[in-house]
Design a binder for this molecule. Structure first.
Ligand SMILES: NC(=O)CC(=O)C(=O)O
Length: 305
């Protein structure tokens, strides 16, 4: 029998972050065709979440721009020049004025003639700490009767690497919407020692009703970590109708907080001790049969984490 040589990695141990118990604020935002209104609205919901005690804040996918491929270029910003990028500048300013960490959902990014669906992460000093480019683009196959059709790859290019970012609130892995459907990405974050995976999203009505909560609970349970999602809120007049229902799930798969489809600042308490007791009571990592199957993370070595 032919054997394939693969490099096997042991999962990185969980580090203890500066803060292990905190409130996460999930800003389920409405989006309009007016970029400046979207920025104003995002800033005020971030402030509302911070006033309610949130120190880590998550925004939805494409919060500065309607989720429509024909508009991405018009609303896109360059991450290399934050001073000329109004959405990024607002996130940087509000992060530093409130002293919060922001996982900034996503906006269309333009770079060297390409467009990406990208999530910026800002630290409490307003610095851009990381950027995740959506890896798995949302290209629907054959639609079921009555379903929307969507092909994101018409003008968005795919990201090429996973993103983990170390913050005061733990090591955070990032996936954007459709990225949630690929368990290997979540596994790679877990193996790199993530405490929490954040998924900004914009699931539609049919995929949302059946899969949104299921995907989140599955990623959390399989990897024994926290999962937080932030959706846009629903606009019934839009051609791409959003499911909503932003949610925070604990490492045992329990829903800690969730909401409906309206605009909302959802606040949830996170306590990383739950990861430890989940893993102690169900020690899946040590029970894995690496002699029978193995997960291969092709980029982990190069990212050195
Ligand atoms: N924005 C998306 O990636 C949408 C998606 O995944 C869905 O199911 O809807």
């Amino acid at each position: 029998m032919a054997t394939v040589a693969v490099q096997s990695f042991v999962s990185a141990p969980l580090q203890i972050p500066n803060v292990t118990q905190f409130k996460i604020g999930i800003c389920q935002l409405i989006v309009t065709t007016e970029k400046s209104a979207n920025i104003f609205n995002a800033r005020s919901l971030i402030q509302t979440a911070a006033e309610q005690g949130a120190t880590l804040i998550l925004l939805p996918e494409m919060w500065n721009c309607p989720y429509s491929t024909d508009l991405f270029a018009k609303f896109a910003e360059e991450f290399s020049d934050i001073d000329s990028a109004p959405s990024l500048l607002m996130l940087s300013e509000v992060a530093s004025s409130l002293g919060v960490t922001i996982i900034g959902g996503s906006i269309p990014e333009k770079d060297a003639g390409q467009l990406y669906n990208s999530c910026p992460v800002f630290g409490p000093n307003g610095e851009l700490k990381a950027k995740h480019r959506k890896i798995h683009l949302f290209d629907m196959g054959k639609p079921l009767p009555g379903e929307v059709q969507f092909k994101e790859s018409v003008n968005i290019s795919a990201g090429e690497k996973p993103t983990v970012v170390d913050t005061d609130f733990g090591r955070i892995g990032i996936g954007i919407c459709h990225d949630i459907r690929f368990p290997e990405l979540a596994m790679s974050y877990s193996a790199r020692g993530a405490h929490l995976i954040c998924y900004p999203g914009a699931f539609n009505m049919s995929t949302g009703a059946t899969l949104w909560e299921l995907e989140q609970r599955t990623r959390a349970v399989d990897n024994q970590l926290y999962v937080a999602s932030c959706s846009l809120s629903r606009d019934s007049a839009s051609s791409y109708m959003i499911w909503g229902h932003s949610t925070v799930v604990g490492p045992m798969g329990k829903i800690i907080a969730t909401t409906g489809h309206e605009e909302a600042a959802l606040i949830a308490e996170i306590d990383y001790a739950a990861i430890q007791w989940t893993r102690e009571s169900l020690p899946l990592e040590s029970q894995k049969r690496n002699d029978i199957y193995q997960f291969v993370d092709l980029l982990r070595e190069s990212l050195n984490s």
